[in-house]
Design a protein around this ligand. Sequence first.
Ligand code: NAD
Length: 494
Amino acid sequence: MNVQTKTDAASSGSVKPVPITVAYGDGIGPEIMEASLRILEAAGAAIAPETIEIGESVYLKGNSAGIEPESWESLRQTGVFYKAPITTPQGGGYKSLNVTVRKSLGMFANVRPCAAMHPFIATKHPGMDVVIVRENEEDLYAGIEHRQTDEVYQCLKLFSRPGTERIVRYAFEYARANGRKKVTCFSKDNIMKLTDGLFHKVFDEVARDYPDLENEHWIIDIGAAKLAANPNQFDVIVMANLYGDILSDVAAEITGSVGLGSSANIGEYCSMFEAIHGSAPRRAGQNVANPTGLLLAGVQMMVHIGQPEVAEKVHNAWLKTIEDGIHTYDIFNEETSTRKVSTSAFADAVIERLGQRPSTLPAQTYEKDKKGPAVPLAVRPRPQKKDLVGIDVFVHWAGQDPDELAGKLKAVDYPDYLELKMITNRGTKVWPSGQPETFKTDHWRCRYMFAETGNRGMVAELITRLARAGIDFIKTEHLYNFDGEPGYSLGQGQ
Ligand code: NAD
């Protein structure tokens, strides 16, 4: 198995402080970061924070990425980023800092634990304890979008085999390192047979390397419904980027509050730890925000840098504080709260309880000397025999009758090694013999197949002839077989 483990950095006490990069962020960010660092340091965290400026002030200086060039150097050197939420200014032109940092530094895995704190924090699902492992770099979040015709816009959904294998393997490694029993995969491979199909297939392949763990696959729609209705049946769930983004918020919310959620963004070179909520600008500067999301991200960070005893101490002190009813406004309730406290008073209460364990809620253990999950390396697959068997030409055409379009295309004098086989509209076959009821836009996919295999010169020849005939093609896609297996989908109704 191709994995590397994070160095067994430290166990506090005699340990050299581990350099970490810290950003205080915007809105409530500075207050919750100050509270979280104070708790971690009081618990004996051996860390040497290095502060960088990111977010609103950097955006407003005209830097559309929200991060100064020199800050990258700090991240590269420490490899650990503890980040408070930032405010993304309204209006266009500003890129998501989170997506930029995650993708630029290869943080492929987003780990979001979602556990209920019943009866101390109201939830419909007492006992819920799910970890969502979300792929962080691929899928529709590649952000490759185009407007192609008057009517049609496209966003490319990209899945790679190395990226998929890596996230799935990380989910199994995480489950094993954390004493979890089962890994579930959610995908929509009944519809997207190549992209989601790859995710499911790789999941089944990787699962065979972990016979000690149960595994199962759910189609995402019913899986999501089950997660919302009966989350206790899940343990670790691995998902592609978009599904994971949406469902991890749902999962955090049904534990009681999205404000409690923490996340770790794990990579080979650098990892980032943050709350899942935003900068809550309306609460800024009032010393009322709940620092829990960021604090628990700090707990994940302490495990990551090899100081599990600090993680355990902080997590249990936090649980005891929650159990004692010392709550910030967002989780305050008449039944279980005893004191409504400010951000800083909440931090004081956690610090007072360092060394204590909860009595009702299950205590957390992060075993000393136990390695965290291995970070799998990206593995490139063996190249396969790739045969060009056809070409899809996408045409912008304002007409409505597919027979008329087919007639225009057939009138083009193209080489005899190519044949027009099918026209689809929004993926549904409309020629030959389509259904008259099918709604048609101005975006037509015209599929040509080679009599035998083709080459790029033949494609260029077709395109040249279509251009000469005045056909408004706006994009082409090659159709390949890989080791004889079609690497393209059929038209719906084909
Ligand atoms: P938000 O998460 O900041 O706030 C949503 C609601 O939750 C608000 O009512 C807020 O008061 C409450 N809330 C959030 N965190 C809380 C906490 N710790 N304690 C108590 N209450 C809390 O979401 P939003 O209002 O949609 O976004 C505000 C800004 O945050 C935007 O600029 C957005 O772009 C940014 N944002 C940043 C991140 C990040 O940096 N990771 C993530 C999400 C949103």
